[in-house]
Ligand binder design. Structure first.
Ligand SMILES: [Zn+2]
Length: 341
């Protein structure tokens, strides 16, 4: 649950912010200006309007250029998807802060006057649910927010407050003022939701990016929002994921929704997204498994992975490659070790 009294107590927040090393953030001009205007509530600055992309008759997205949160982008690192139905708008993932959610609502208002009637959170990472706050403030506390039950439990628990704190730190306080608003409806593999002229179908095939990812098919448009199961031009957090589970999920999605337009949580929508991501994931995992079977250590596995031309082809067009590929390989090596014995 959210903690409105805590969040509205300026001194408590100040102490918490200082404990998080946000002293600098509190002195930075935008945050200070806002704090001065509303003395009882420290809040990060507004997020500038981001580009809107129309993907199909029913689907549009607010596109995030960056793959990682920084003070400059104020946490704008994940796409926010709108499904425009005759019964209102369904929002798939809400961004990393209340400010990003508010920006997304401003962008939505340029497309339609219809209200938001439901939200889906694809998984429990904060760049996908911390914007829920803005949508319940605009459309009411009873707004249905769907997620996999394990994702809901994680957001209600440590993942909720933990991701909020981390996002404040990574953005130097730009996301301050965001309340954790957890999902309130459970969904799973095969769940069907009908909104007027539009059907949403949920897909879940076990652990992939996390243990509780939901992919959302907009049936009439042949569009599937895959959350972080696949990314385009990004390499990110696999700490909660599985390589084999991700590959299994790709196979199942391609079998169940052939020819779909795949929309990732990070990067651009594409019909070839899963083919390309399979090449990358299979390249990393396959080389690690070969190294494990040959009795090689992690450093040797790393050399194998990086020497594979199919993997190397991704380096130049993937944000954050140099900083993350080592960790990616470590995780794949660990998983391959577990699988091999
Ligand atoms: Zn993400």
């Amino acid at each position: 649950m959210a903690e409105p009294t805590l969040l509205r107590d300026r001194r408590t927040l100040l102490r918490a912010a200082l404990a998080l090393g946000l002293g600098g953030a509190l002195l930075s001009p935008p945050v200070q200006r806002f704090a001065g205007a509303a003395d009882d509530f420290i809040r990060g600055p507004a997020v500038p309007d981001q580009p809107l992309q129309r993907l199909s008759p029913r689907v549009a997205m607010v596109f995030a250029e960056d793959g990682f949160p920084t003070p400059e982008n104020r946490g704008m690192m994940a796409n926010v998807i709108f499904v425009l139905t005759s019964a209102g708008v369904v929002v798939l993932d809400t961004g990393a802060s209340v400010q990003i959610g508010e920006m997304a609502i401003r962008r939505l208002r340029t497309l339609t006057d219809r209200p938001v009637v439901a939200v889906v959170n694809s998984h429990h990472h904060g760049d996908h649910f911390l914007g829920n706050d803005a949508f319940v403030q605009a459309y009411g506390a009873a707004l249905p927010i769907h997620a996999h039950p394990l994702a809901r439990e994680q957001i209600q628990g440590l993942a909720g407050s933990g991701w909020r704190s981390m996002m404040e730190r990574w953005t130097n306080g730009a996301t301050l003022g965001t309340r954790v608003v957890p999902p309130n409806r459970d969904a799973g593999h095969g769940t069907l939701l009908r909104f007027g002229d539009t059907t949403l179908k949920f897909h879940h095939h076990g652990r992939a990016h996390t243990d509780a990812d939901l992919c959302v098919e907009v049936v009439e448009d042949g569009v599937v929002y895959v959350g972080d199961v696949a990314m385009n031009g990004r390499i990110a957090n696999m700490d909660d994921g599985s390589y084999l589970g991700t590959l299994k999920t790709f196979d199942a999605l391609e079998r169940d929704v052939p020819g779909a337009l795949w929309v990732p949580g990070h990067g651009r929508a594409s019909r070839t997204l899963l083919v390309e991501q399979r090449e990358l994931f299979a390249g990393i995992y396959g080389n690690c498994l070969a190294a494990v079977k040959a009795g090689e250590d992690e450093a040797q596995a790393r050399r194998r992975v990086l020497a594979d031309p199919k993997v190397a082809a991704h380096a130049g067009r993937t944000q954050g490659w140099d900083g993350n590929i080592g960790k990616y390989i470590s995780l794949a090596y660990l998983e391959a070790e577990k699988e091999a014995f």
